[in-house]
Design a protein around this ligand. Structure first.
Ligand code: GRF
Length: 197
């Protein structure tokens, strides 16, 4: 039986595209059972539809800070939607929201994220920019298990990338994303093999 994966996206979805390309329908190893987003216009959703995958949108009410009742309700409802797809793994692929406790209590240990820096360096929203501002010469990508902190979970895999003279945030982030896509595909493949072994 294929390893069931739900992917959550907020933006362009190039990481999602790498997963779609690596695991086409019927490959027998990994099945992307649904793609969800908190952003109705996310390009990632269009990519999923193009690939014939099930999609869903779960928008966050404005000003719903973490820990508030509105945010907790959003979190519980998202967990319900995701759970209906019976995932073995949930992959955050450029999903830009942090979860509250209910989501992680439900899927603890089965949610992974990808970050454009070598954690624990440069966590947060701007991994590539912060590495550049700090003047490091090597940065990279990290795939890790999501916990209640910000990019603090157990590291599953990392790959390095040189910072080049003249790099801007955009050029550096784009080069990181090339290795990030590959790394994420590799981790999902490895986890699926562990489960089916
Ligand atoms: C990735 O670098 C991811 O780590 C970060 O946002 C980027 C998502 O890119 N959180 P895309 O939307 O998959 O193209």
């Amino acid at each position: 039986m294929a390893f069931r994966v739900v992917v959550l996206v907020s933006g362009t979805g190039s990481l999602l595209q790498a997963l779609i390309d690596a695991f086409p329908a019927g490959n027998g190893l990994v099945e992307i059972v649904a793609v969800g987003s908190d952003v109705r216009e996310a390009q990632g959703l269009a990519r999923a539809e193009q690939a014939g995958l099930a999609t869903f949108v779960h928008e966050l009410p404005r000003f719903a800070k973490r820990g508030t009742p509105v945010r907790l309700a959003w979190d519980v409802a998202l967990a319900d939607i995701v759970s209906a797809h019976r995932p073995d793994l949930i992959v955050l692929a450029g999903f830009m929201k942090l979860f509250d406790a209910p989501f992680l209590e439900r899927f603890g240990g089965r949610v992974i994220n990808s970050h454009p820096a070598l954690l624990p360096s440069f966590p947060g929203m701007h991994g590539a920019r912060d590495a550049l501002d700090h003047g490091v010469k090597v940065t990279g990508a990290t795939v890790f298990v999501v916990d209640a902190g910000v990019d603090t979970g157990r590291i599953l895999a990392q790959r390095a990338c040189d910072v080049l003279a003249g790099d801007t945030e955009e050029t550096l982030h784009e080069r990181i994303k090339v290795i990030e896509r590959d790394l994420l595909v590799q981790v999902v493949r490895d986890l699926s093999k562990e489960q089916t072994a």
